[in-house]
Ligand binder design. Structure first.
Ligand SMILES: C[S@@+](CC[C@H](N)C(=O)[O-])C[C@H]1O[C@@H](n2cnc3c(N)ncnc32)[C@H](O)[C@@H]1O
Length: 264
């Protein structure tokens, strides 16, 4: 585990999705309990590490796509533990003036992100619950950094499957607040895939997370479409993350749907 200090409320008795994902990506911001869980996860679904890498590669492509469209503000929900290819690093390689607001509920993710962006006045880190959109949007790190009357890329990448119940309810509030020209990008784990064995392995992943601090809810392709509301997905539509924006970017699917939509 990398250096502390750690927030007092850190729960080290149970694995946590942010830190397990960090471990799968080869990061150092995780504890033994997370590494042990990652090994159980990989036993349940050997494809899970590949899935994490494929999702992270999708994140990079979607950020670059937004930059190419001229979007200069990012609101990254469930931004995670910083690792290779953070949104502000990708964005600042294009334009150092791009503003990036990171939001995560996990104290480790927030502590490390804060350390990584120290000294950058174009980047903020906010600890908040993304299921409370009005609080997220009003937070100093978001409202004080981003101009929500201008286009924003709202990223919900590999985080909504950690939230059960009616995700459409709070996503609608975010969508409503986006200015025209804004982008909504989502990736989401699913067992709604062609390969029945892969579907079964995704359900085994859900089982393995059941009693952790981060239970997982898979959603179907149709349920992901609902999270876009009246925003239509851009081409090629809702596809596996490995097929966005074009098929054949990776050897095989990651059982993670990707959708990118633009608010007119
Ligand atoms: C698998 S990581 C994804 C990180 C990054 N978005 C990516 O795709 O590389 C999921 C992140 O969502 C965060 N998360 C889960 N539920 C959340 C909530 N209710 N509010 C804010 N963040 C949340 C977790 O703490 C974790 O850091």
């Amino acid at each position: 585990m990398a250096d502390g200090p750690w927030p007092d409320e850190l729960d080290l008795s149970r694995p946590n999705g942010a830190r397990v994902y960090d471990y799968l990506l080869g990061g150092a911001h995780n504890f033994q309990v997370d590494r042990d869980h990652a090994q159980r996860l990989l036993a349940a679904n050997p494809e899970q590490q590949y899935g994490a890498q494929a999702n992270r590669a999708f994140l990079r492509r979607v950020v670059e796509w937004c930059l190419d469209r001229g979007v200069r503000q990012f609101l990254d929900l469930g931004s995670g533990v910083p690792t290779v290819g953070n949104v502000h690093e990708i964005a600042h390689a294009h334009d150092p003036a791009v503003r990036v607001a990171y939001v995560d509920c996990d104290p480790i993710a927030v502590a490390h992100s804060t350390e990584v962006v120290d000294g950058l006045d174009t980047v903020s880190v906010t600890r908040a619950d993304l299921t409370r959109p009005l609080e997220v949007l009003a937070a100093e790190g978001v409202a004080g950094l981003l101009d929500l009357d201008e286009p924003v890329a709202l990223l919900a990448i590999a985080c909504l499957h950690f939230i059960g119940g009616d995700a459409e309810r709070f996503m609608a509030v975010f969508r409503e607040r986006l200015a025209p020209g804004s982008v909504l990008a989502i990736s989401h784990g699913s067992d709604d895939v062609d390969d029945p064995d892969h579907a079964a392995r995704m359900r085994a992943v859900v089982e393995s997370f059941r009693d952790t601090a981060s239970p997982v809810t898979l959603r179907s392709r149709a349920e992901l479409r609902e999270l876009l509301g009246d925003l239509a997905p851009v081409e090629p539509g809702i596809v596996d993350v490995t097929d966005w924006p074009r098929a054949g970017l990776a050897a095989r699917p990651a059982a993670t749907w990707a959708a990118v939509a633009v608010k007119e």
